[in-house]
Write a protein that binds this ligand. Structure first.
Ligand code: COA
Length: 147
């Protein structure tokens, strides 16, 4: 599948919020993404097909000299074709260019697809945070440290 990745723009936010609603049980609203967009420490990237249709998005917060991945999602019909990996690669490149030393994230302990995506990108498991996604669902914490 042909697709490209670029930094997000204001005009992308409705499509992002709509994809978020399809991908998560407790989705962020359009207003939340507007607040992300207005926040200078946040950087998001989108993947789109050759007709400009949104396939996926992901972003991070730049805090001190670290990046924290906020969220990443790919439309169900576009999964397992490298879109998620391309978004993670864009995040890693942007963080390196910004002089960031390390990237961290939390992922549900049962989210096999996301865990595989991050481990393939070189993120290392560094522990569990109990009850992060509700009483019975811990978060796995991952770090990717740059030299
Ligand atoms: C997690 C998520 C973003 C992954 O996106 P994706 O686009 O499917 O990711 P990729 O295609 O880059 O990689 C996924 C798999 O596809 C495989 N793949 C990559 N390119 C491929 C290609 N050209 N052909 C076939 N398979 C390919 C990868 O090897 C990987 O397989 P593996 O997990 O067995 O190693 C997606 O499943 C999703 O949106 N989930 C719902 C939201 C979510 O849980 N987000 C994470 C919150 S932390």
């Amino acid at each position: 599948m042909e697709f490209s990745v670029r930094k997000y723009q204001l005009k992308d936010l409705h499509a992002i919020a709509s994809l978020e609603a399809q991908c998560f049980e407790h989705p962020w609203s359009y207003d939340s993404f507007c607040m992300e967009y207005a926040d200078p420490v946040k950087a998001y990237f989108i993947a789109e097909d050759k007709d400009g249709k949104l396939l996926g998005y992901g972003g991070y917060a730049h805090i001190l000299d670290e990046a924290h991945i906020m969220n990443i999602a790919v439309a169900e019909s576009a999964r397992h074709q490298g879109v998620g990996s391309a978004i993670v690669d864009a995040i890693i490149k942007s963080a390196k260019d910004a002089g960031i030393c390390a990237i961290t994230l939390e992922v549900r302990d049962d989210n096999k697809n996301a865990i595989a995506l991050y481990e393939k990108a070189g993120f290392e498991f560094s522990g569990l945070r109990p009850h992060y996604y509700g009483w019975d669902m811990p978060a796995r914490i991952y770090w990717l440290r740059f030299e």
